[in-house]
Design a binder for this molecule. Sequence first.
Ligand code: UD1
Length: 346
Amino acid sequence: MKNNILVTGGAGYIGSHAVKQLLETTKHNIIIVDNLSTGNLKTIKTLKLIRDFKFIKLDLKELDKVKSILKDNNIDTIMHFAAKIIVPESIKNPIDYYINNTVNTINLIKIAVDMKVKKIIFSSSAAVYGEPDKIPEDGIDENFQTNPINPYGMSKLMSENIIKDVATVNDDFKYVIFRYFNVAGADINYVGNNLTPRIGQSFPNATNLIKIASLCATKKIEKMDIFGDDYDTFDGTQIRDYIHVDDLADAHIKAIDYLNNNSSDIFNVGYSNGFSVKEAISSMKKVTKEDFKVNISSRRAGDPVNVVSNNTKIKNKMGWTPKYNDLDLICKSSYEWEKRYASKTI
Ligand code: UD1
């Protein structure tokens, strides 16, 4: 079945990778709305080389316009990526996060239900789990207690609850909520034998570990910090579950058909593998053969020690099979993207 899909935040990092796969592997009609605050017009141009689609520069605050877009394009499915995602920024500016992430989602959901949209695929986060006292051996599953420790995580949990409540009283409105673990890497695209990402993380103020390490490896910045090496982990640095952005995007594509025959649900998306900050930096140095300076600095506010998924549910129920479960490939693709982006060859 061909769907008419509205992708909010489709010019951004994760949204653009989902759009790439929608364009390459499906026949669905795609309409992107993005305010380009962190998304990028170049990304839109690159995606249009795959197949044409409609792009509308718009902030989700402009409710009347969003409503017209849903109506004029007969939208039946929404992929809602548009959000702010930086934990430390959310601690400094909580209101921004609640407005941008939660209020905008409430408004979007209200309009979606009014306009008889049938499915929403929502980007949530492992940040909803907060700082678990004790991580189970096989990772955090979806029934684990939610207890966000920063406004970013709370803004996502509130949005999840609103979506669930609305779906409870609207039988025709279904959702898949994805709780992302640490998303990294860039478009796996080969030209000959060369890994040549066409899209990637291009937001200049990005703070993610692997992005920062690739900025160091490409010499765009001189050095980086490890935020604390005195944690109770095997090497003193924090543990995260790094997932390649193309595998995450694939889960979104699967969710569209999943909702045709299944009820609404929440899924973790991660590899169930934990790596320390030091391991991730070593991987970047190894695959790029570049050395760079790393300082040990103090702990960063709002950081949980250990966040690793249990991904049994998405594998079993949705048939999701990760293809790029390889930290070295994640680092390599991030670096190759950074090199191309840095040297403006795209
Ligand atoms: C990331 C996501 C967040 C998601 C969470 C799920 C971003 C911006 N944030 O947060 O949306 O909810 O994963 O687990 O993508 N670190 C350093 N030095 C640096 C940068 C990071 O030591 O320069 C450390 C951090 O302290 C942390 C780890 O690296 O231990 C990962 O940090 P980061 O990439 O910023 O992601 P999270 O804060 O885990």
